[in-house]
Design a protein around this ligand. Structure first.
Ligand code: EPU
Length: 419
């Protein structure tokens, strides 16, 4: 199993090119199931979750043609598609559930493995299922699979989501795009990736409008051929901004919209970072002394992203005083804490709040990755630790960060991938 070896501490300087957003590309790929006509997607990130989604689409019958650098894909569906999404594919990536909405809407049948829990929480799909049921989907759970069907087209409905959920909002929008009549969704998630999805669908002829957290969808019969570029990854960009703040960095970070990380940038400013933003890039410099921040709380967009909580925690370990972070989205997203403690961090957890004593002098150690964002937090911590660290099980990282070691090497991090 691959691992990273990192020799710290390092200062970072230079330019970083952000890849396409994993969480946007995943839902756009699922959306291609709605099309009879070919779809071209550009700026795909070359990460493992995208390979998994492409394999899932292939298993359903889509013809996939990838460019040589694998950043552009052309997808053409067959007249008769398959409807079984197998356990072997779904178990490695929960986002596979996003094929349910489009499959049921387009093919009127879907059998998909029920996604299990994962390292960051139990992550049920009850909201997905009950919203799709309101559009007319019937389902039962048998032998670990969701067996779903509908008699003809789904029907538009009014749905008030009980909790803001990214995946539920996406799955329901996908299903409602080809439903008969109008759907009104209230209490939607409005993450930038969801806006990327509705921009994509509208460009292909869907009729979707937003007003705050309400999304109105007038179903159409079919979607047009489309060529679309995936937005830049705000979480990858935010991770590099935190890296710059943490390691007295001086970075130019390109190919993403800094407005998508405005909330996190406000925190980095409080911590002492100085930056200048442009339409598609940011220049950011880290301070000599990092200031602590009390009461950081993760929240749905436009709040602080849960996908940046672990990286912010590393930053707060090096701050000049005590800080606290509350995780409000997932029940078990503090798996990085035990590993950071092995480097010397002083963190106490009570319920969903972590209190972090600052001024930590990290000393390199052997570490274990647990999930995607926890893993990248360990990489950041190792970068500012004295001596060598080894980060095991980096397959988690490869799910969502494209060529991380190459990007880090280019800006001065002493990092090696060991096979
Ligand atoms: N939830 C339910 N029932 C449901 C759906 C969600 O209880 O049917 C709960 C979840 O367990 C969680 C909360 O609602 O406690 C919010 O979950 P949400 O549905 O918003 O998350 P998701 O769609 O499963 C996406 C991203 C995550 C990101 C979250 C929150 C993708 C593929 N995944 O997950 O990304 O953390 O939204 O922003 O878009 C990552 O990239 O590392 C990652 C985990």
């Amino acid at each position: 199993m691959d691992k990273f070896q990192i020799k710290g501490p390092c200062k970072i300087k230079g330019e970083v090119e952000i890849s396409g957003a994993k969480n946007s590309a995943l839902v756009l790929l699922a959306a291609t199931l709605l099309f009879d006509k070919p779809v071209i997607l550009k700026n795909l990130p070359r990460v493992r979750d995208i390979d998994t989604m492409l394999n899932l689409l292939k298993s359903l019958g889509s013809k996939i043609i990838l460019s040589k650098d694998k950043k552009i894909v052309k997808i053409q569906n067959k007249k008769k598609m398959k409807t079984l999404a197998k356990y072997s594919l779904v178990k490695t990536m929960r986002a596979s559930i996003l094929v349910l909405g489009p499959s049921i809407s387009k093919f009127h049948k879907s059998i998909i493995s029920y996604p299990g829990g994962c390292n960051i929480g139990s992550r049920p799909v009850n909201y997905h299922l009950s919203a799709l049921k309101k559009l007319g989907m019937k389902y039962e759970i048998k032998q670990g699979y969701i067996h779903a069907k509908t008699n003809g087209r789904l029907n538009g409905a009014k749905i008030n989501f009980p909790r803001i959920s990214v995946g539920t909002t996406e799955n329901t929008i996908l299903a409602a795009s080809l439903a008969s009549g109008k759907t009104i969704l209230k209490n939607c998630a409005i993450e930038p990736e969801i806006k990327d999805l509705t921009n994509f669908l509208n460009a292909a002829g869907a009729k979707i409008k937003w007003s705050g957290r309400t999304c109105s969808i007038t179903g159409v019969k079919s979607l047009k051929e489309i060529n679309y570029s995936v937005m830049g990854d705000r979480i990858e960009a935010g991770t590099f901004c935190i890296a710059a703040t943490l390691a007295e960095g001086d970075l130019q970070i390109k190919n993403f919209n800094p407005k998508n990380i405005e909330t996190e940038l406000k925190l980095l400013k409080k911590a002492g970072a100085k930056f200048k933003t442009f339409e598609n890039k940011i220049f950011i410099k880290g301070p000599k002394k990092i200031k602590p921040i009390k009461n950081i709380k993760t929240k749905e967009w436009p709040g602080v992203a849960t996908d940046m909580q672990s990286q912010l925690m590393v930053l707060m370990c090096k701050a000049n005083g005590q800080s606290s972070i509350t995780e409000n989205i997932f029940e078990n997203r503090f798996l990085h804490v035990g590993e950071l403690q092995r480097l010397g961090a002083k963190i106490k957890i009570k319920n969903s709040t972590a209190t972090i004593e600052g001024n930590t002098k990290f000393i390199g150690a052997e570490l274990m990755s647990s999930d995607l964002r926890a893993s990248v937090a360990l990489v950041l911590a190792a970068m500012v630790s004295k001596g060598k660290s080894a980060i095991n099980r980096i397959y988690h990282l490869d799910r969502g960060y494209e060529k991380l070691e190459n990007k880090l090497k280019k800006i001065g991090v002493k990092i090696k991938r060991l096979k």
